[in-house]
Design a protein around this ligand. Structure first.
Ligand SMILES: NC(=O)c1ccc[n+]([C@@H]2O[C@H](COP(=O)([O-])OP(=O)(O)OC[C@H]3O[C@@H](n4cnc5c(N)ncnc54)[C@H](OP(=O)(O)O)[C@@H]3O)[C@@H](O)[C@H]2O)c1
Length: 288
């Protein structure tokens, strides 16, 4: 497995498995299958509601001696109403407890809303206490990331943001490189939006190597030096998505992918009023 070294010297796998939108009753099995398939980076979040089941899948893989805890890189995140410092500290402890873990490898502020500075103090304290090895942010646009780095003592190791062929974020990558913050891509397949898995350009590139459009996308992100999370509940697709380390895209292939950029999220803009309104309403539903 390729790894990336974060700005605190911690090494993390470059390809990981995400559990967003996996039905609760399938999560433990999916995480276990993913570890069996070779994934070592596992990504969940408090708001996904499946931290406990994710922990169960991890515990089973460790019990069956497929991996040790140290082989794995486990991530969780806190949500908007959990950002005040005291709540953030309690949320980290809660994640550890429900996941049956003594430490997490990465903990993120999930959304760029709320008391992100209070949350950051709690994350930094948890890092100092050895509860989390690395800390970071998610869904921060470059301008906000720069402000955040400027106003905090501990620099985020990671910013987990949407990156896929429709929203390539090349300029954002330049800014993140400048500040030493590693980009981690969510929704690398844009969850299949805009016909990603059938896209003729991606399919044609893949055909040269006996690979699928999905494998081309993951390989492209790996070659860009981005950490990438892929999600599937199906073991065949888990195997397909991790089978990307035996070929390389050429400059010509990459130029064709670059030309697909729509420079727009396949989902939503975190600064759009209707989106912030949606988050506030969702927060009321799920967090209060
Ligand atoms: N920080 C954030 O705000 C944020 C937001 C979104 C996601 N994430 C993280 O990023 C992870 C990945 O993103 P995502 O789950 O939203 O989207 P994604 O990985 O882009 O797409 C997942 C979808 O693609 C399908 N799929 C996967 N592999 C496939 C293949 N080889 N061929 C055809 N279809 C395939 C899956 O279906 P099946 O499962 O049926 O195979 C699923 O419907 C999440 O699980 C989560 O951990 C973070």
């Amino acid at each position: 497995m390729h790894t990336m070294t974060l700005n605190n010297g911690v090494e993390m796998p470059q390809l990981g498995f995400g559990v967003y939108q996996i039905p609760l009753e399938e999560t433990a099995e999916a995480v276990y299958e993913a570890i069996k398939a070779g994934y070592r980076l596992i990504d969940t979040a408090a708001v996904y509601g499946n931290e406990k089941e994710t922990g169960q899948g991890i515990a089973r893989a460790i019990k069956e001696e497929i991996v040790t805890r140290e082989d794995l890189f486990v991530t969780s995140k806190l949500f908007i109403l959990q950002t005040p410092e005291d709540k953030a500290a309690a949320t980290i402890d809660h994640s550890l407890e429900v996941m049956q873990l003594t430490y997490l490898d990465l903990y993120l502020i999930h959304q760029p809303y709320g008391d992100v500075y209070g949350a950051w103090r709690a994350l930094a304290a948890a890092q100092k206490a050895g509860k989390v090895r690395s800390i970071g942010i998610s869904n921060f646009k470059s301008a906000k990331m720069i402000e955040f780095v400027g106003l905090t003592e501990v620099k985020p190791q990671i910013n987990q943001i949407e990156v896929n062929p429709w929203y390539q974020r090349e300029e954002d990558q330049v800014w993140h490189d400048k500040y030493g913050v590693q980009i981690e891509a969510w929704a690398p397949f844009a969850e299949g939006r805009h016909g990603l898995f059938q896209d003729p350009v991606l399919t044609e590139i893949g055909a040269q190597y006996g690979k699928t459009a999905g494998q081309v996308v993951l390989r492209w992100l790996i070659q860009r030096g981005i950490v990438v999370l892929a999600k599937s509940v199906r073991p065949t697709r888990m195997a397909e998505n991790i089978d990307i380390f035996d070929f390389a895209l050429t400059e010509e292939d990459i130029a064709k992918i670059t030309a697909l950029d729509k420079q727009e999220s396949a989902f939503f803009d975190h600064d759009a009023p209707q989106q912030v309104e949606w988050f506030m309403n969702r927060m009321l539903d799920t967090e209060k």
